[in-house]
Design a protein around this ligand. Sequence first.
Ligand code: GDP
Length: 329
Amino acid sequence: MKKRKSLEEYTIGILKGDRSSLAQAITLVESTLFEDRKMGTQLVQDLLPHTGNSIRIGITGVPGVGKSTFIESFGMHLLNSGRKVAVLAIDPSSQKGKGSILGDKTRMEKLAADERAFIRPSPSGHSLGGVSAKTREAMLLCEAAGFDTILIETVGVGQSETAVRNMVDFFLLLMLSGAGDELQGIKKGIMEMADGLVINKADGDNIKASKLARQHYLQALHLFPPNESNWYPKVELVSSTEGTGLDETWGMIEAFEQSTKSKGFWRKNRASQRSKWLEESMYNLLLEEFSKNQSVRKVLAEFENEIESGKVSPQWLAQKALESFLSNK
Ligand code: GDP
C-alpha cells in the first residue's frame, strides 16, 4: 500500500479538487481498519464546512432499464452545461460475487474518461448499513472537492433504495414502457419514494408506447397520498442513447429544488437525514463492537449446537450475550 497522506495533506488536496486525494480519502473511509476509519471520520468532520452545496440525486431502476446508459448521457449533458458531476454507487448485490454495478470498466466509458467527472464504484463486502454510511461520507468528500451534482446509482430491487432515499435530495426512478405490466418488476413502495420518473428508451418504435406509459404512471402517481415535500412527481420521456429528454429531466430536478427550498422542505429533509445517519452510525458501531467482542463470541460459541438443534431460544442467548458484553466492558 502507498504511503498514507497526513490528515492535512488530504484536506488540502481535496479542497484543491485533486482527484487522487479524493479517491484515496474515499478508500480511507471505506477501510475496515480501525485507524484508517478513525482518520477518515476526522477528515469528513474537518471538511464538513465545505460540504452540502450540491444537489444529491439518487437513481434507481431494474437491471436493464438503462441506468448506466442514462447516467452516462445525463452526466455528460450536465458536464457540458458547466456542472461538476460525481457518480457513486450502492450495490449490496456485489457482495454475492456478481461484481459491483460500476465495477465493469466498460460502463460509462465517456464519463469515466472525462476529466471533469468523478466516478466511484461501491465498496463491496460490507453490510448494507456499512455501505450506505460509507457512501454518505464519500458524498461529503466529493462535495468538499467541489462537485456540485452527486449522482448515486443503485439497483432497483429492494433494500438499497431506502438507504439511498435517505441520503439524497431527489430520487429518480427509471422505468420502461412495457407490455401492459408496467408496475411489475419494481415494487410499489419504490415508486412511492420517487420524486420523478424517467421512462427510458423512448425512441424508435417505442415512442408511442412510452407516451402511453407516461399517462399511466402519472395517473398511478396521483393515487399516492402527497408527501411532506408538497411536490408532485413528474414523468419525463428520455432516450439515453439519443440524448433526448435530458434537458427536461434536469428541468424537473431544478423545479423540485426551487420548490422545496422555498417551502423549507429541502433543509428539513437534510436535517432529518442527519438524524437518521446518526442513528445508523451508532447502530453500526455498536453492532460491530458487539459482534467482535471476545466474551460475546465465547458465549455464542458455547451455545452453537443448542441454537442449531433448537434447544435454546435465540432471544435467550442474545440476552446472555448482552449481559456478558456489559459485564466485560
Ligand atoms: P442498466 O442495467 O440499468 O445499467 O442498463 P444499461 O445501461 O446497461 O442498458 C441496458 C441495455 O439497454 C443496453 O443494451 C443499452 O444499450 C440499452 N439502452 C439503454 N438506454 C437506452 C435507450 O435510451 N434507448 C435504447 N433503444 N436502448 C437503450
